[in-house]
Design a protein around this ligand. Structure first.
Ligand code: GMT
Length: 387
């Protein structure tokens, strides 16, 4: 198939999933075209059947904000025609689903069908999508996508409860590539960071409010009172400054390292003993899955799709939002018991295998085929859904 992928090219979960999906599809022989404003960060190597189309919008003194959506829609029209795309897969509803609809309408006027699949990732529904400034467009463009997928059961239900949706939503879970994420022997590296055998705790995120990174630090401050440990904070974002202040306030600057955005996050997970993700909302929790694939148990909240990934008292523990006391005591129950830590690590790996890329990729391929057939078939009702 010739597949177009539109996503955010950044470190965020939706961009990572979209890029890894595109790479996996290309490895199976499909031609994949990424259409976005920057080369996706996870698209590191060259693949002969992956194409990157950069969206450039023209600047003009009248534009306080350059009209990216218009430039993206125009680029989509061009790429669909020149690359003869069979299907366009857009990740994150805002603004991609609406832009896909615009491109689809322009092409329809020229008699060119464009099957569009929209994948909902989380905040496009929960935090941003339901805001009045976006909601009507989000609802319309979900309803007028040919196929809609969500990355967890939770997100599917949340979408159906938030909007008036007239479409079936297919749950296709996020996936993990074990050739990249696996426990590898990096003991020399671990000794440099933790020379006295301190336990290494990791957290990865975009440091936005919804991630509650302050709870990682608060839980860590309780953990480190009972057992020697080091906290690696991987990522960057708007909360970083106040997190650094909190570390100073708690006198933890020597035990907490801010590592910034990292490309090889798997190398850091390979030396970690525990992962903490205390989010206020999380449609799936790809960062938790990446840790689990590296045999790292997870301390998480019990919100959103996290319970579909992290199994309480097996692959880690689930706590209420903000219950740092409970998170710390769960963490200590693992960090101070070597055999429990290792058995939870093994269960985390077994659970991660449920999301192995080889199991999930065919679900996307089959879904694409189904949507293409549906659009091609005369039975398909292509009239607009307005509510
Ligand atoms: O977590 C974020 O703020 C980034 C966001 C994104 O769209 O990049 O992540 C969402 O999509 C990920 C991939 O599907 C999920 O693993 C995350 O759980 C989800 N984030 C939230 O729901 C907060």
């Amino acid at each position: 198939m010739n597949i177009g992928i539109v996503c955010y090219p950044t470190f965020g979960g939706s961009g990572v999933v979209a890029t890894e999906l595109g790479i996996a599809l290309a490895k199976k022989g499909h031609n994949v075209h990424f259409i976005t404003y920057k080369r996706p960060v996870r698209l590191e190597s060259f693949y002969e059947n992956i194409f990157y189309h950069e969206v450039n919008s023209m600047s003009y003194p009248l534009f306080e904000y350059e009209p990216y959506e218009t430039a993206l829609a125009s680029k989509l029209v061009d790429v669909v025609k020149s690359a003869r795309l069979d299907l366009l897969h857009v990740h994150y509803a805002i603004p991609h689903a609406a832009v896909a609809f615009t491109a689809k309408s322009i092409l329809a006027a020229e008699g060119i069908p464009l099957p569009v699949v929209t994948t909902l990732h989380g905040t496009d529904i929960t935090l941003v999508g339901n805001d009045r400034s976006f909601a009507p467009v989000v609802q319309f463009s979900i309803n007028n996508s040919d196929g809609v997928t969500a990355v967890s059961e939770y997100l599917k239900v949340k979408t159906l409860n938030t909007f008036n949706i007239k479409k079936d939503i297919e749950v296709i879970y996020n996936f993990i590539d074990f050739t990249r994420f696996k426990k590898v022997d990096k003991d020399h590296f671990k000794k440099v960071l933790a020379p006295n055998g301190e336990k290494i705790i990791a957290h990865t995120s975009n440091f936005r409010k919804v991630k509650r990174v302050q709870d990682v630090i608060k839980a860590f401050s309780k953990i480190v009172k009972k057992t020697p440990a080091l906290l690696l904070l991987i990522g960057d974002g708007p909360e970083r400054r106040s997190l650094e202040d909190l570390c100073m306030e708690l006198g933890l600057c020597d035990q907490i390292r801010f590592l910034g955005k990292q490309n090889a996050v798997e190398e850091l997970l390979a030396i970690s003993d525990l992962f903490i993700i205390p989010s206020e909302d999380e449609s799936f929790g790809l960062a938790a899955l990446e840790a689990m694939a590296c045999e790292v148990p997870v301390i998480s909240t019990n919100v959103g799709g996290l319970p579909e990934v992290n199994i309480h008292n097996k692959t880690g523990f689930l706590s209420e939002i903000g219950d740092v006391e409970n998170m710390a005591s769960n963490a200590l129950s693992l960090l101070t018991d070597e055999s429990k830590l290792s058995s939870f690590g093994q269960s985390a790996l077994a659970q991660a295998k449920e999301f192995e890329i080889d199991k999930i990729l065919p679900k996307y391929e089959n879904y694409y085929q189904e949507i293409i057939q549906r659009v091609r078939s005369k039975k398909y009702n292509s009239s607009l859904i307005h509510e």
